[in-house]
Design a protein around this ligand. Structure first.
Ligand code: AMP
Length: 399
């Protein structure tokens, strides 16, 4: 998974121009204030290491989806300011990410300087993985480091094409941490290994579920996707969210579970509501009793007990996807109860995916989770057993 990769501390970067691809795609409010700087903080170890080595540090990131054109509201200026505060040193924002002016700015850099390039996605070449754009970026650097785990599954110029145009390249410390934890959980797990998969879309996660069947000892399926599974088995699910074109896929997963002789845990009760609303009338029913006009929006208390018991002797737990519509208080108990169970277990616990991460933080339990991945899509790709394009590119030309 990662043992054949070259990392920043394997390379001689002293005094060199080091371009680090980071993920500074931080959430901002409508006044342009950063509301959560976790993504910036998570790459500080790599940036600080490069600064300690007296490298000339050039940072490259995207922000949101400007669609290949300059959108002033999506400038990385607020990030440059925040980073400057975190590093306690001047961070200069380049007027663009490529071009003559940027080249001049980089030429003038001294060891220990930091320049943040402007939003990569202001150029269509970034998302198109355009060779010419990758070349222009690559020409800014002697060494390229990819530390943007959350975007590593995308074939974009700043993590794929660029590697053809720099002499030396490798991965950063965040990437190393992500891959190390992932590999501890999925490649050399201490068993029993239990996966908890929730969220609503079976279609997004069928590949994950099939792949997990090859590895886990127990599989727990909760959240909205459990309803698609129940429907595929012929149960009444009322007006619950289901994906009718994924019923066959759900059956395939069940078949695979049987084939592999894995223990499968599904909800035994649900919190149902008469409508999708915080003020809906609600009640708890068993999985065989979902009324025709109601919808199941959370797992019930008996399910929480069942799932919590199922993870009790686990030595490794991997979790993606909430157990219900946790954004609404009335349907959040199942997810928060599972956060508590996972947080209090003695297992190595790894949580991935934006929603699950939010739930763990809202419950105030993040410190008790062994590792919270910074990547949603990238984490799911790894769970599917796929290599990430950005990592494959680093591996391809290992020097
Ligand atoms: P996903 O992107 O597939 O991980 O789904 C996450 C979303 O699933 C969250 O926004 C939850 O509100 C939603 N969700 C979880 N359980 C249910 C449910 N029973 N019915 C509808 N949506 C759900």
């Amino acid at each position: 998974m990662y043992k054949d990769l070259c990392f920043i501390d394997d390379l001689d970067i002293k005094g060199k121009r080091v371009l680090i691809r980071v993920d500074f795609n931080v959430p901002m409010d409508d006044k342009g204030n950063i509301t959560d700087d976790t993504r910036i903080r998570s790459v500080l170890p790599t940036i600080n290491y490069a600064l300690d080595e007296k490298a000339k540090v050039i940072l490259a990131s995207h922000l949101d989806r400007p669609g290949g054109k300059r959108v002033p509201e999506l400038s990385l200026a607020p990030v440059a300011k925040r980073l400057s505060r975190l590093l306690e040193k001047d961070v200069r924002l380049a007027p663009d990410c490529v071009g003559e002016e940027v080249k001049r700015m980089v030429d003038e850099m001294k060891p220990g300087d930091v320049v943040l390039l402007e939003n990569l996605r202001f150029h269509p070449g970034e998302e198109a993985n355009d060779d010419e754009f990758g070349k222009e970026l690559g020409e800014l650097a002697d060494v390229y480091i990819n530390d943007a785990f959350a975007t590593a599954h995308r074939s974009h110029a700043s993590n794929v094409a660029i590697t053809k145009y720099v002499k030396e390249y490798g991965a950063g410390f965040l990437m190393k941490k992500e891959l190390t934890y992932f590999s501890k959980a999925m490649e050399e797990p201490t068993r029993p290994l239990v996966a908890i998969i929730g969220g609503k879309k079976v279609s997004d996660k069928v590949g994950v579920l099939v792949s997990l069947c090859e590895k886990v000892d127990k599989l727990i399926i909760g959240g909205g996707m459990a309803l698609t599974f129940f429907k595929s088995l012929g149960y009444e699910v009322g007006r619950s969210f289901t994906e009718d074109d994924a019923l066959n896929k759900a059956r395939e997963v069940i078949e695979k579970v049987r084939e592999r002789n894995i223990k499968l845990y599904m909800p035994v009760d649900f919190v149902v509501a008469d409508r999708f609303s915080p003020s809906a009338e609600t009640k708890v029913v068993t999985y065989q009793e979902i009324p025709k006009d109601w919808m199941a929006l959370d797992i019930g208390p008996a399910t929480v007990t069942l799932f919590s018991e199922a993870i009790q002797n686990a030595k490794t737990i991997i979790w993606n996807g909430p157990m219900g519509v946790f954004e609404i208080d009335a349907f959040s108990r199942g997810t928060f109860a599972m956060v508590t169970s996972v947080a209090n277990s003695y297992a190595l616990t790894i949580v991935g995916g934006g929603d699950t991460d939010v739930a763990v933080h809202r419950a105030g339990e993040f410190a008790k989770i062994s590792y919270i991945s910074t990547g949603g899509g990238a984490f799911l790709e790894l769970l599917k057993g796929n290599d990430l394009s950005g990592i494959a590119a680093l591996r391809r030309g290992k020097k």
